[in-house]
Design a protein around this ligand. Structure first.
Ligand SMILES: [Zn+2]
Length: 440
């Protein structure tokens, strides 16, 4: 044995110990690198979890949601909420407010400009950029007592009850889509605003301004009127009201008919020549649907009037119809009568436009991911989608008929298809996720 001198031993110890420290540090460095990598992988996996849920998985989740969804629809259908039915609308408002609050949305109630039934607004804040407005009405066309007469029922693949498709199924679609997004911990959207109004069935006069203002701040508006086939709509019709008034001169029909100027005869003449104000190429229709005139059988009438219904999708048709009518009425039959025409604007159309078309194509694409075909249509009804669209603006893109597929609206035959529930829940969540992905 050749013992080392003490100093040498100390040096050796030092060296060994410093080597050990270096070694330890290397291990720690290696470990921490590994740990960091591990953490990165884990967080990537978490991110991937939210972003890369397969369409099939989302569709399965939507299917599992069906029974809770039906409970919601049943609750809503069994409360009468015809436009103007204050108590019924209040009850629905309460349920919607509670559900939105449970989804952690900030809820605001906005009184309508006219009529009854608050506009229920819910706001969800995400961490992304894309801004969505999901909207539908909670009033129906049915009178008090209808829900008791024919409450919610499910039969042979169809669900029935007043407003089941138009639009209580739609309220449930919005609420349960948000619930599914919540369950997935998904918050890559910028904001999701929910708007429920209470006067759509009477023209939305109390809520249209708010719809217009709210929609303007969003990128995408999804409106949930029910389609009659598995389709989304990129255009809806506008409605205007036409008024024709004729003033004549009254006289005795027996003793002095020559002194009179018959307003009814002039009105008839005008209606015949104003019968072709529509334009098939632009899908504008004009129909005269009401006439009034005369007081007594023995008086040459000095007043007669008519009202008409105009449907259109091209804004320029408003001016065209007005100008044409003004020109046509110059040609009078009875001298000494005065004829006047005026057009009153009703619900505006959602005209065909490229951004809504693009949104529909995205919807079609996500639907295809679960093997389903989605039609893109134009509807002839007027809906609140018309108020949401901003003429000439770059946004929002507006898509209509995201509700349940149904038929027989506004009648006791109304139904919605059970097998449209899961696909339509899926459509909303998949569309929000797809659009959020591309606007980060
Ligand atoms: Zn409706």
């Amino acid at each position: 044995m050749n013992p080392l001198p003490v100093e040498a031993t100390k040096d050796a110890d030092k060296k060994a110990s410093s080597e050990r420290i270096t070694f330890k540090m290397k291990i720690m460095k290696k470990m921490s690198r590994k740990f960091t990598l591990l953490l990165m992988c884990m967080s990537l996996a978490i991110v991937a979890e939210a972003n890369e849920v397969t369409p099939q998985t989302m569709f399965e989740m939507a299917k599992k949601e069906q029974s809770a969804f039906l409970d919601t629809v049943q609750t809503l259908v069994n409360i009468d909420s015809g436009t103007g039915n204050k108590d019924g609308l209040n009850k629905i408002e309460g349920i919607l407010t509670q559900r939105l609050t449970e989804l952690e949305a900030n809820v605001m109630l906005e009184p309508p400009r006219s009529g009854v039934g608050n506009i229920v607004l819910g706001y969800l804040q995400g961490k992304g950029k894309a801004k969505f407005l999901l909207m539908i009405h909670y009033d129906t066309v049915f009178a008090e007592g209808e829900a008791q007469r024919r409450p919610f029922r499910s039969e042979q693949g169809r669900i029935f009850g007043p407003g089941v498709a138009d639009a209580k199924g739609s309220l449930a679609l919005i609420l349960h889509s948000l619930k599914l997004l919540n369950e997935m911990n998904y918050d890559d959207y910028g904001t999701i605003t929910v708007l429920f109004n209470a006067d759509e069935e009477k023209g939305s006069f109390g809520s249209r301004d708010l719809i217009q203002e709210t929609a303007a701040g969003h990128d995408y508006v999804l409106s949930y009127e029910p389609p009659d086939t598995d389709a989304v709509s990129v255009a809806t019709s506008g409605i205007n009201y036409l008024f024709l008034d004729v003033t004549g001169v009254a006289s005795h029909a027996g003793s002095a008919p020559d002194l009179g100027r018959n307003a009814i005869i002039e009105l008839s003449h005008q209606l015949l020549q104003l019968n072709d104000l529509g334009n098939p190429d632009k899908k504008t229709t004009v129909n005269w649907t009401l006439v009034k005139g005369g007081e007594k059988r023995n008086i040459i009438p000095d007043r007669a009037s008519a009202e008409g219904d105009m449907r259109f999708s091209d804004y320029s048709e408003i001016e065209r119809v007005t100008n044409d009518a003004q020109k046509i009425i110059q040609n009078q039959l009875i001298p000494g009568t005065q004829v006047s025409f005026h057009l009153q604007r009703g619900r505006p159309p959602l005209p065909s436009n490229p951004i809504s078309k693009q949104l529909a194509i995205t919807a079609q694409k996500v639907y295809k991911d679960i093997g389903l075909d989605l039609d893109i249509t134009k509807m002839h009804f007027g809906t609140d989608a018309g108020y949401a669209y901003q003429e000439g603006a770059e946004k929002p893109a507006v898509l209509e008929t995201l509700g349940l597929v149904g038929n027989g609206l506004h009648s006791p035959k109304e139904y919605a298809l059970l097998n449209s529930i899961a696909p339509r829940l899926y459509l909303t969540i998949a569309l929000i996720m797809e659009l959020s992905k591309h606007s980060k």
